[in-house]
Design a protein around this ligand. Structure first.
Ligand code: AMP
Length: 281
């Protein structure tokens, strides 16, 4: 495994692979890697000649300074895990490499309804930062395939839309959510939870799965209210629970369309998100 810290050195390496006609799979992350990230790496390794992972805690997507400061950083351990998983190369850039002073990296793309609800509504500016960093990384890496987790379904939807709209020749691949044995979706932020909180956090996925079942016989509004009630009790503080159209991500009024149930809850200071697909139609 080779470690690159500069854009130039990584691009030279990628050029070598491209010259040989190699397919490149890319997994962008913010580090503090867990089995969820590694499942994406495994896909990238399996289906490409060269699998590249980036670790970059992108400051432009944090709308809360405390969250950015608290964000776990475990680079040495991350590199060991990536090596164990046969990653070809790791990109570990500084903020200056990604956002040089003399380069305008802003992306002006109207995301329509995709960034208006849920994470878009509750984390103002978040997706602008996500689009900016992923576009910059795609410009640098020019991968054949980009691997993203369903854990961040709205993020995946937005990046897929961006790739389509900007006609970037990269295939965006959605990978399933990897969970702890108690159902808690794996997240870098989980290390900030106490053991007791990790147990309590199982209620998030339990509530989503219950909604999935209830959707078969109850009206959408009822399903939504049931879930809101469950996730509004201490120790949780509900940020949102929404059932949205799976394509437009607009809140849905009924289950006569493919939907996704998404939620964000606070457990202490830590904000956790999760989602499940609802298939009634
Ligand atoms: P992050 O480091 O949180 O920015 O995540 C990097 C990538 O890993 C994103 O595409 C996430 O959706 C994905 N990811 C994070 N957690 C999980 C999980 N539990 N299961 C599957 N993919 C995940």
């Amino acid at each position: 495994m080779i470690l690159f810290k500069t854009v130039k050195s990584l691009q030279d390496y990628i050029q070598q692979h491209k010259k040989q006609g190699h397919a490149i799979g890319f997994v962008p992350t913010m580090g503090a890697l867990h089995q969820g990230h590694l499942s994406l790496i495994q896909q990238a390794v399996k289906n490409n000649d060269c699998a590249i992972c980036s670790i970059f805690v992108n400051p432009t997507q944090f709308n809360d300074a405390g969250d950015l400061q608290r964000y776990p950083r475990t680079v040495e351990q991350d590199l060991a895990l990536l090596e164990q998983h046969q990653t070809s190369a790791v990109f570990l850039p500084s903020v200056e490499e990604i956002y040089p002073n003399d380069l305008d990296t802003t992306v002006n793309l109207d995301l329509g309804t995709l960034d208006k609800f849920m994470e878009g509504e509750h984390r103002p500016g978040h997706f602008k930062g996500v689009v900016q960093v992923v576009k910059r990384l795609l410009d640098i890496v020019t991968p054949n395939r980009l691997y993203m987790g369903q854990k961040d379904f709205q993020q995946y939807s937005i990046i897929r839309y961006m790739v389509e709209q900007l006609q970037i020749s990269t295939e965006v691949i959605r990978c399933p959510i990897v969970r702890e044995p108690n159902g808690l979706a794996m997240s870098s932020r989980n290390v900030l939870l106490s053991e007791e909180e990790k147990k309590q956090a199982a209620l998030i996925s339990k509530t989503l799965y219950a909604a999935q079942k209830e959707a078969l016989h109850l009206p959408l509004e009822q399903v939504k209210q049931n879930a809101i009630q469950k996730l509004s009790r201490p120790p949780f503080r509900l940020d949102y629970f929404e059932i949205a159209n799976r394509r437009s991500l607009q809140p849905a009024a009924s289950f006569d369309q493919p939907t996704v149930a998404c939620t964000a809850v606070f457990l202490g200071k830590i904000r956790l998100i999760d989602n499940v697909m609802i298939n009634v139609v």
